[in-house]
Design a protein around this ligand. Structure first.
Ligand code: FAD
Length: 467
């Protein structure tokens, strides 16, 4: 707790370690955190400005992260990685976003999600193992391509996709409306309906696709914030993939979502939003403790109003961090400290048990960043409104939190609905009939309309086109 946070040779100008939950980190993790803060100071932070101004993909930042072995953060030591756990992943993303570059933190979040999906099913798959072994050495950036143009933020419902068995493997097609690092990543985990799909959209399969097999249009990317994350459209156009490119067994998509993709996306993206909140509080401290009003002889930080803003922002952000790290710890406990060997048994899905907690984690972090960004802008006044201070960019970056799928509208409904009506009521794939609604609507029909409906249904049921 007495450790002094450094910014190069100086003491850090934002919040010190007294407001960070350092007790959660091992010595090795604290060492990594210190190296990462230094890397942010020397490299990541300046590149963030360029990424924002020029819509520049942060490859340079990834090259720098690879020097610390961070692309293989979760990769077991036997495969050459750092073999780290959920707590460390949360700390790393938060640190990149806070002191360095939120676009890089988001690309790194998607990379981590792709690594998790690959690690979940790498047992017995030499192609996946080969990528995992080389992520740092060859700076192999991964990402997740899920969202479908037909289903918006319901990214678990890939209508414009599919796969079929052909000679030499599987012919795969995919249309994605958004893909972080799209066209810049070296490898992609994508999800389609399964080969032999028979109309059941919960029957999903994951695939590994490489950069030469995708069509991306990065020139069309633009956005309010996270401008370096390059989340453009992506297409896989009937590409034939060998059998080893199937990530996990056929039909494993829903399990892969619940056990790897969602838990890591929700954990790391929440850490990104908390990192942005902290980055803004740091800037607000740096600015308000320097800026003076000569007429009253006060600095901006001397006004109780500004102290209240900062106090509330710290409390809200640390409440959100407490939830993130509590769930990171819970997942560490459930998985023997993120031991991927437990998944040699494909039926083992411990993280999926706490997915509804991860929904709460993401909702809280994305909500908090919008409130904190508003207040930190107010605390810095007109100076905060101008790009120079950096608050303005972080405010735009943080806005992505609420709208990224699963969106906060969807998440609060998932939590409330499952609490009130049970998990089965969530009906991700639109399969369960709501008898209450059906009965109520039919009640409104007069006898003739009922007869007409009944005839249409009988015709449909017997396979004839209804007139
Ligand atoms: C910066 C950024 C990076 C991204 N990166 C990736 C990526 O790497 N991979 C990927 O697959 N996707 C990615 N996405 C896509 C993201 O996850 C969502 O799919 C996307 O933001 C949805 O946008 P939309 O316009 O289709 O929203 P819509 O789905 O049309 O939503 C519009 C509104 O409807 C609400 N809504 C939707 N469903 C419901 C419901 N059931 N109940 C109540 N309200 C509802 C939403 O909450 C929202 O308010 C990214 C998005 C952003 C902004």
């Amino acid at each position: 707790m007495n450790q002094v946070k450094k910014w190069g040779a100086e003491e850090f100008w934002g919040l010190g370690f007294e407001f960070d939950p350092q007790w959660l980190l091992t010595d090795e993790q604290k060492e990594l955190q210190a190296k990462l803060i230094e890397l942010a100071r020397t490299t990541l932070r300046d590149n963030a400005i360029q990424s924002d101004k020029k819509l520049l993909f942060p490859r340079k930042n990834f090259e720098a992260l690879s020097k610390l072995g961070l692309l293989g953060l979760l990769v077991p030591k036997e495969l050459g990685g750092l073999g780290q756990n959920h707590v460390c992943a949360a700390m790393v993303v938060e640190t990149i976003a806070r002191y360095g570059c939120p676009s890089t933190a988001m690309c790194y979040t998607m990379h981590t999600g792709a690594v998790a999906a690959a690690l979940l099913r790498h047992h017995g798959n030499d192609t996946l193992k080969d990528i995992l072994r080389r992520v740092d050495r060859d700076v192999l950036i991964g990402t997740l391509s899920y969202s479908d143009p037909e289903t918006g933020s319901h990214f678990w419902y890939p209508i414009s996709s599919g796969a079929e068995k052909v000679d030499g493997g599987y012919k795969v097609r995919k249309k994605a409306s958004w893909t972080t690092s799209g066209g810049f990543a070296d490898w992609y985990v994508i999800q389609t309906t399964s080969p032999d799909f028979g109309g059941n959209y919960s029957d999903l399969t994951c695939w590994l696709v490489t950069k030469d097999e995708v069509k991306a249009e990065p020139s069309k990317w633009d956005g309010l914030g996270l401008r370096g994350n390059q989340s453009g459209t992506l297409e896989v156009d009937d590409v034939v993939l060998s059998a080893d490119r199937m990530v996990g067994p056929k039909g494993d998509g829903a399990s892969s979502n619940d056990e790897a993709v969602d838990p890591f996306f929700l954990l790391c993206s929440s850490s990104c939003w908390n990192g942005i909140s902290l980055g803004m509080i740091d800037i607000a401290k740096g600015h308000t403790t320097k800026k003076k009003h000569v007429d009253v002889g006060m600095r901006v930080c001397d006004y109780p109003t500004i102290q209240d803003y900062v106090g509330e922002a710290i409390i809200d952000t640390n409440a959100s961090r407490a939830l993130v790290f509590q769930m990171a710890k819970a997942m560490d406990q459930l998985t023997n400290d993120c031991d991927w060997s437990i998944h040699e048994d494909v039926s083992k899905l411990p993280r999926a048990q706490v997915l509804h907690w991860m929904w709460q984690v993401k909702f809280k972090a994305a909500k908090t960043v919008t409130q904190v960004s508003d207040k930190m802008l107010h605390a810095c006044g007109g100076t905060g409104y101008k790009p120079g201070l950096g608050i303005e960019r972080l405010l735009r970056d943080g806005k992505a939190g609420w709208v990224m799928g699963p969106t906060n509208e969807v998440l609060r409904q998932f939590v409330g609905k499952s609490a009130l009506l049970g998990f089965a009521s969530l009906d991700y794939w639109n399969q369960a009939v709501n008898e209450r609604v059906l009965t109520n609507e039919i009640k409104k029909l007069d006898p003739a309309a009922k007869r007409q409906l009944a005839e249409r249904l009988v015709a449909e049921a017997s396979g004839k086109a209804a007139e």
